[in-house]
Write a protein that binds this ligand. Structure first.
Ligand code: MSP
Length: 508
């Protein structure tokens, strides 16, 4: 396995504040980044904002601010949320960054010089709000309306630059057949493969006349045109690590290990993007991972539908780590999920307050009560019923987190948590204390502390703040490594109990 790990989120549009859907992708990417760090890999985690296009300029106008003032404000909001959610990104790219704009121009020039970009007069059905062209074929099922937003289209004739997608179609199909992990989950792989098998790719219009679109990157050597926002935005994944400006760094980081996004933009990432890279003679990403949608009342959560949930509201109710836990535990990455307050409170009270929080609190409480917080572990053997569960939990956890199956991976940690809770019930430590069986009581508490420590290491990518606090309360350094998912690593515990991690929430 290579040591470096490059993971990305999509660049979010800045026409509105982030909602739970945006938080979801970013938390998934953060969990993957932290897990890679746990494995000792050298991580480059990229997120950022997509800032060009008329829609964004229009939102700025509506707010009465200048475009850049408006965008700066939204970017600050995004950064505030990522900081609150403990998102450990290494770089935040904005498509208005000077270096990114230069890279976009350079990449276009390179592809143009190679003959894969050409200029042509074009007639097409155009959706102004989506800034997208559609063919007659594409709108035949939507009665001539925009397949994305359902609004009326205009017939437009103009000159534009086109990128030869068609030239690379058979190469992409071959790449897919040789690389079954290129698109995940499998259902999306099959969808893209069958799309490529059944359709002939149309060349992609990658410019907009400057008379119509002004807020964007100027086309190199042709000021009458502006670069199409998607062509601009996708290139962020190579401009951020330093393509064309810092070759050494770029070669260390590229290709990306995983691009995360939701299923609605899989085609941009699994068709346009690899072809752009091929034209630039660069390697393609190892995996493009499309997760499902968070819905509210069974409709995709989106600003335009007005059904968004504000992550700050959820954090206020249940805290940062409970939100992260809920997003990662509730649905397998890849499937859709329905957001409900009922579901989040139930998950909080059962998995966090009851199973994990209570396990930690009562163990620390007993350690202080019976031993003034000093639990010694010299030569305490692993209890018989732990060994088997721990070993299969460790294998399953590593396998699932490597495959980004976080929900199942968390479930496997919970099998161990329930063994620990049952061990407390079955061992009856209060009787050991009453009968003066001090050594037995110490060994029992050591075993539970070791169990808690191991689960805490595993859960750190999911709930970093909570897990760091647990380590602190156990009196051991908050260092997290996969090598610590083993028995007997810590010799003595010096407990410093704090408040319960997840006080129960009374829902009524
Ligand atoms: N700017 C483009 C992406 C360019 S990437 C080079 C874009 N931006 S977006 O603001 O619309 O964000 C889309 C991404 O936000 C989705 O791919 C997904 O990661 C996340 N989500 C937005 N709404 C979502 C849900 N309701 N549910 C899950 N994820 C959602 O597209």
């Amino acid at each position: 396995m290579s040591k470096k790990f490059y993971v990305t989120t999509p660049l979010y549009y800045v026409n509105a504040k982030a909602h739970i859907g945006h938080a979801y992708t970013t938390v998934i990417a953060d969990c993957a980044a932290r897990f890679a760090r746990l494995l000792g890999r050298d991580v480059f985690f990229l997120t950022g904002t997509d800032e060009h296009g008329e829609k964004i300029k229009k939102s700025a106008q509506d707010s009465g601010k200048t475009t850049i003032e408006f965008i700066d404000g939204v970017v600050e909001e995004f950064k505030k949320l990522w900081s609150k959610l403990n998102i450990s990104y290494d770089h935040f790219i904005r498509t208005t960054d000077k270096q990114h704009c230069e890279t976009v121009k350079l990449a276009i020039k390179k592809i143009y010089d190679k003959g894969d970009i050409y200029k042509e007069k074009y007639q097409g059905l155009y959706c102004l709000p989506c800034e997208a062209f559609w063919t007659k074929e594409q709108v035949k099922d939507t009665e001539g309306l925009c397949p994305d937003c359902g609004r009326a289209l205009e017939l437009i004739e103009e000159e534009n630059y086109f990128f030869k997608l068609s030239k690379y179609q058979s190469w992409l199909l071959e790449h897919l057949s040789k690389n079954p992990d290129f698109i995940k989950p499998k259902s999306r792989f099959n969808e893209i493969k069958s799309f490529l098998e059944k359709n002939t790719l149309q060349d992609l219009c990658i410019s907009r006349p400057a008379k119509r679109l002004t807020w964007g990157i100027e086309f190199p050597e042709d000021v009458d045109f502006i670069v199409y926002v998607w062509f601009d935005a996708l290139l962020n994944y190579i401009s951020a690590p330093g393509y064309s400006v810092n070759d050494m760094q770029f070669n260390n980081i590229w290709p990306a290990d995983i691009h995360f996004m939701a299923k609605d933009i899989i085609r941009h990432h699994a068709v346009f993007w690899p072809i752009m890279l091929k034209a630039l003679e660069l390697e393609v990403p190892k995996t493009v991972f499309a997760h499902g949608w968070w819905k509210f009342d069974n409709q995709k959560m989106s600003k335009s539908l007005g059904n968004v949930v504000d992550p700050f509201d959820v954090i206020e109710q249940v805290g940062v780590d409970a939100l992260r836990f809920f997003l990662l535990r509730e649905i397998p990455v890849g499937l859709d999920g329905n957001f409900s307050w009922q579901a989040i409170f139930t998950r909080y009270n059962s998995d966090l307050a009851n199973d994990f929080g209570n396990l930690v609190y009562r163990t620390l409480n007993m350690s202080e009560k019976y031993f003034d917080g000093i639990v010694t572990g010299a030569d305490v053997p692993i209890p018989e019923n732990f060994a088997q569960v721990l070993s299969s939990m460790k294998d399953k956890y590593i396998e699932c987190f490597t495959a980004c199956e976080f929900s199942v991976g968390i479930e496997s940690v919970y099998t161990f948590i329930s063994v620990l809770n049952k061990y407390i019930e079955d061992s009856k430590p209060w009787t050991m204390s009453k009968e003066g069986r001090t050594d037995e009581l110490n060994n029992f508490l050591y075993a539970i502390c070791e169990g808690i420590r191991i689960c805490t290491v595993c859960l750190w990518p999911v709930m970093p703040q909570t897990c760091e606090s647990v380590m602190h309360q156990l009196g051991i350094p908050a260092d997290f490594s996969v090598n610590d998912i083993d028995w007997g690593i810590v010799k003595d515990y010096k407990i410093q109990k704090e408040q319960p991690l997840f006080p129960r929430i009374d829902v009524n």
